[in-house]
Design a protein. Structure first.
Length: 217
């Protein structure tokens, strides 16, 4: 019951952050990254609710979220004929983008727990495995096996289990193979790092489109 209430509260905050993002007239670092953080929180909780709350195995939830992500990609391409993030200039395309990010975080959480817990690799070996896997799209793009869009999204999907595996390794107890630093302290440190980096982006506007940087007073 408590987990369900937390999930609903996270959903409300997520909805509010996305409203701010969709109403923004130009690229604003703190608005965008607040939405990203809330999508990550909600997507992670969605994966946890399926396993912890409903008892669904990680393998099943991983397959489910993979299918959901594939469906979002298919719908996006069918409607827009492109999956490039550089083409996101309409609300419909932005809606597809956020649905993709949501499915990606949920899939990454389930996949990371699948390798670490169900497959008994542990969190650190899982993180190392995903770190190796994330180099594959880069290499495939370099040798022109994958185009830029496919390479980007392949790497993007892997960022969640990669980061989550190392974060869990630092936070969980030693009997679970972790450093036992605590989930709370690890989360706070990572949040502080995000805040600093977002502050740098807000100050430099390095993530803004060239025309927006040129128009800056």
């Amino acid at each position: 019951m408590r987990r369900g209430r937390e999930f609903l509260r996270a959903g409300v905050v997520l909805a509010a952050s996305l409203v701010l993002q969709f109403r923004a007239r130009r690229s604003t670092a703190w608005v965008y990254w607040t939405a990203v953080v809330m999508v990550s929180v909600f997507g992670t909780m969605a994966a946890d609710v399926l396993h912890v709350g409903l008892g669904i195995p990680y393998l099943v939830s991983t397959v489910f979220f993979a299918a959901a992500l594939a469906a979002v990609f298919a719908g996006w391409y069918a409607c827009e004929r492109t999956l490039s993030i550089h083409s996101i200039r309409t609300r419909r395309r932005e809606s597809f983008y956020w649905a993709t990010v949501m499915a990606t975080f949920a899939l990454g959480t389930a996949a990371g727990d699948l390798t670490a817990v169900t497959m008994h690799l542990g969190y650190l070996p899982s993180g190392i495995a995903f770190a190796a896997l994330i180099t594959v799209p880069a290499l495939a793009f370099r040798v022109r096996v994958l185009n830029g869009v496919a390479a980007f999204w392949s790497a993007y999907v892997l960022t969640r289990p990669l980061g989550a595996s190392f974060a869990d390794w630092m936070g969980v107890s030693r009997d679970r193979g972790g450093l036992e630093l605590g989930t709370g302290p690890v989360s706070l440190v990572l949040l502080a790092v995000i805040a600093v980096l977002v502050g740098c982006l807000a100050a430099t506007r390095a993530d803004a489109a060239p025309e927006e940087r040129a128009a800056r007073p």
